[in-house]
Design a protein around this ligand. Structure first.
Ligand SMILES: NC(=O)c1ccc[n+]([C@@H]2O[C@H](COP(=O)([O-])OP(=O)(O)OC[C@H]3O[C@@H](n4cnc5c(N)ncnc54)[C@H](OP(=O)(O)O)[C@@H]3O)[C@@H](O)[C@H]2O)c1
Length: 284
């Protein structure tokens, strides 16, 4: 299959870049904004047509959650409008679109893991523009699936794991939020699952949503504590409340995802978050 990866220098995209040689049956077109700026609809279509793209995995996104609060046009352009262009171009060339979305589409007031059919009610600009992107996929792509994931990290790019590692080396104590609950997700696990399901996606699938994160549940405090412990850093993690660490954008207080659908329909096995964290930390 000819597979286009957009945003391939980001966290998730870089995992595809690294995994690609293990999948010689596919030809990968690994692009980022310099090679293929997805905010240009005609360029997207021409690229896909001339390279006979059969599947697009959209790893590009406006992911700076706080910055998005002051830059709604920027976040909308990348997370919603450009997603529409990818959906339209995929339909025109007959390609499957796999689009990545987020747990931040939920308000976060649940007390049990969110299913795909739970009502989305984003409280941040980032979450709203990602939900708009999902809607664009549903309306404009003839063959597409949307994968909602959460708390993504990788050995590539900037993320929570790297911040904690860096600070943990120089500081004696780190105060970390414990009243936001979710599940960390190793981007490598997500990339592997996407590559596993691509050949199995039915010919008729129109914007179906699937949740994917690692297994288990944690607060940011638990996540930080695990990072420090696994790396043996002499730094204490102390739990604090969200209100003690004000951020520009509102985050869901609870955004654990129920992954029964992807497990049942595609037979995927999902690693426990701490096991995947160990695997990632071994590379750092
Ligand atoms: N990070 C998380 O915690 C998280 C959680 C849930 C869901 N997600 C979703 O998962 C997906 C992947 O996230 P990620 O963390 O891997 O993102 P990321 O590391 O921020 O990577 C996004 C990539 O897209 C590139 N990009 C920016 N503008 C572009 C354009 N116009 N055309 C093509 N590429 C462009 C970025 O380049 P520059 O760096 O040069 O801008 C970057 O390389 C996103 O859809 C995100 O919303 C992420």
């Amino acid at each position: 299959m000819n597979i286009l990866i957009t945003g391939s220098k980001g966290q998730l995209g870089s995992e595809f870049r690294e995994l690609a040689p293990q999948y010689p049956q596919h030809q990968f077109f690994l692009t980022d904004v310099d090679e293929l700026d997805i905010t240009h609809s005609e360029k997207v279509y021409k690229f896909m047509k001339s390279n006979k793209i059969e599947c697009v995995v959209n790893c590009a996104g406006y992911t700076q959650v706080d910055q998005a609060e002051d830059d709604k046009p920027g976040a909308t352009l990348l997370n919603s409008t450009a997603t529409k262009y990818l959906a339209e171009a995929s339909s025109r060339v007959g390609a499957l679109l796999i689009h990545i979305s987020t747990d931040y589409v939920f308000e976060g007031k649940n007390f049990k893991p969110y299913t795909e059919s739970d009502t989305a009610n984003p409280k941040s600009i980032y979450g709203k523009t990602k939900l708009d992107g999902e809607i664009e996929v549903m309306f404009n792509a003839k063959r597409a699936i949307i994968i909602r994931t959460s708390w993504l990290y990788s050995s590539f790019g900037n993320n929570f794991v790297k911040t904690i590692l860096e600070k943990g080396k120089t500081e004696k104590e780190l105060k970390v939020i414990y009243d936001q609950i979710g599940t960390p997700t190793y981007a490598r696990d997500l990339a592997k699952v996407i590559l596993e399901i691509i050949p199995k996606v039915p010919s008729k699938v129109r914007g179906e949503i699937y949740n994917f994160s690692n297994e288990g549940v944690a607060s940011w405090y638990d996540f930080a504590k695990a990072i420090l412990e696994i790396k043996g850093l002499n730094c204490k993690a102390s739990p604090i409340l969200t209100k003690e660490f004000p951020q520009t954008a509102l985050r869901p207080q609870y955004s654990v995802l129920n992954k029964n659908r992807i497990k049942k329909e595609y037979g995927v096995e999902i690693p426990y978050w701490r096991d995947s964290l160990k695997e990632c930390l071994a590379k750092l």
